[in-house]
Write a protein that binds this ligand. Structure first.
Ligand code: SAH
Ligand code: SF4
Ligand code: F3S
Length: 481
């Protein structure tokens, strides 16, 4: 397949210049092209968007889905049966990349048999030049490659792809642009992620996100509130405000506003019942935010506060800009102001130079904070980050042993912390039918724990009072009251 590199090229003179109007023009155009393809195929054509990575990517995938549905593609859950497969990729750890290459290999075989099939790759992995180079060399059956900064151009790029029949590539290095009001299709009718900011300026020394997501940009409070009001009018009762570091929201806006002030304004939205947010960087968590959380009726009793390591020495090498003592003091303050708060975290094991003593500090902080749950990761070397070239990378065997020790500790504590709610009555948002037992519904507590209880599926999307009768380690069995 020929390659069409679009980076920096304006495609159509007749298309409107401003966004999102331009994309609506291309959605209409793609619809015509799709009709033609459907006539050839003698059937409706389908799509499947597969998401790797974090909630930001999940939200981006809802936008991709919205655009594809507007074009007229029909959703198909099995990617091997779909005519338009989109992989929205993640590159935060090496194994995320390996999964994408593995799945692509499988698709190659299927594409040979389906002449209508298109494969698009987007997301964080595509922002790495080595990845795009590899795809150009060894994955020539891919039709469309674009990045994180121009995801809003998906309709336009789809048109080029359908018209040219070539491999289309469009990757931007960075952007200061935020395109509002594109279509989006929610996974759940009753809850939704809402981006409040994009990018990250923190440059933690192990992390690739600032390189692939670009500089921090906040949406205006007006745009955020308008979006939430629209969601609420459409049946949403819970929003998850999304950003790599929500605590630094608003600092770069023309009229600066703090995250805490934004939360207060969102709290006023009538009909909205629950507010969640992630992720919070400990260094920017303000007293004002704790105060707002403590007094809020809608903000959930849950804070995801990634600690990454318990060793001040390692934290410094990670460029996290807080010490073990500062983190512990912050947790203390939070627990006093909001006694029922649930704290969860992320921890990396095996950062370059981590000694047994550093690791003991991580175990110690886990024991002192007593997290409700923790995501534990083995350090993964990301090309281009400062940590990748640090000497003293820890041997794999050592890391693996530490990882297992940490996991045991984290899980034992989480079980104990989880069990303290036994016998209480709590409000849950009913989210889905239980996968194993369809007579049970699954709901989420304010503190993010799940509870399974007998009920009919008609209560999905509603807030209900449930008695937590039995603790099963990391979740509850309950009954409606
Ligand atoms: N912005 C969020 C985190 C986004 S990435 C924050 O700062 O909290 C999610 C998690 O992936 C991080 O918290 C970190 O624990 C983990 N992570 C990031 N880079 C990693 C790497 N190179 N190796 C292993 N884990 C990593
Ligand atoms: Fe990565 Fe640090 Fe930014 Fe989080 S705050 S995305 S860990 S650089
Ligand atoms: Fe992965 Fe990108 Fe999120 S690298 S974790 S999908 S911001």
């Amino acid at each position: 397949m020929d390659i069409l590199d679009l980076t920096g090229i304006d495609l159509s003179k007749e298309a409107p210049e401003c966004e999102p109007e331009r994309q609506f023009y291309f959605i209409a155009k793609a619809r015509e092209l799709l009709h033609e393809k459907e006539r050839e195929a003698g059937r409706k054509l389908t799509f499947c968007v597969t998401t790797f990575g974090c909630q930001m990517n999940a939200r981006d995938s809802e936008k991709l889905t919205g655009i594809l549905e507007q074009i007229g593609y029909v959703e198909e859950e099995n990617e091997e049966k779909a005519d338009f497969v989109v992989f929205n990729t993640c590159t935060v750890r090496e194994n995320a990349n390996q999964r994408v290459y593995g799945r692509l290999g499988q698709l190659k075989r299927i594409k040979k048999k389906n002449p209508h099939m298109l494969i698009a790759l987007c997301g964080c992995m595509m922002q790495e030049p080595e990845v795009v180079e590899k795809l150009k060399q060894s994955y020539r059956f891919v039709d469309l490659i674009f990045g994180t900064h121009n995801i809003f151009k998906f309709a336009e790029l789809t048109v080029v792809c359908l018209e040219s029949g070539r491999m289309v590539i469009d990757i931007w290095k960075d952007t200061d642009k935020i395109v509002e009001n594109l279509p989006s299709e929610r996974k759940f009718p009753f809850k939704s992620g809402v981006n409040i900011m994009f990018g990250c300026n923190n440059f933690c020394s192990y992390c690739i996100v600032p390189y692939v997501r670009g500089r921090e940009r906040s949406r205006t409070p007006e745009a955020i509130i308008a979006e939430i009001e629209k969601l609420v009018a459409d049946g949403v009762v819970e929003v998850m405000l999304l950003g790599q570091n929500v605590n630094s929201y608003g600092k770069t806006l023309d009229t600066p506003i703090t995250f805490a002030q934004l939360l207060k304004r969102i709290e006023q939205i009538e009909g909205l019942q629950r507010i969640r947010f992630m992720t919070s960087h400990p260094k920017d968590l303000s007293d004002e935010l704790i105060e707002v959380m403590a007094h809020s009726k809608k903000i959930c009793r849950h804070l995801h506060l990634p600690v990454q390591s318990g060793s001040s020495r390692i934290l410094q090498k990670m460029n996290r800009r807080y010490t073990k003592e500062q983190y512990l003091a912050l947790v203390e303050k939070l627990k006093i102001a909001i006694p029922d708060i649930s704290l969860t975290t992320d921890i990396i094991v095996g950062f370059p130079g981590e000694t047994e003593e550093d690791f003991a500090d991580t175990l110690d902080i886990v024991r002192k904070v007593r997290f409700d749950s923790a995501f534990t990761f083995i350090y993964s070397k990301r090309t281009g980050t400062p940590a990748a070239v640090m000497k003293e990378q820890v041997p794999e065997e050592t890391v693996k042993k530490r990882f297992d020790r940490l996991l045991t500790e984290v899980q034992e504590i989480a079980k104990e912390v989880c069990s303290i709610h036994k016998g209480t009555v709590q409000t849950v948002l009913v989210e889905s039918v239980n996968e194993q037992d369809p007579s049970l519904m699954t709901g989420r507590l304010s503190n993010n724990l799940l509870v399974h209880f007998p009920a009919s599926s008609s209560v999905i999307g509603q807030l209900k009072e449930v008695k937590l009768t039995e603790c099963k380690g990391f979740y509850y069995i309950g009954e409606l009251v």
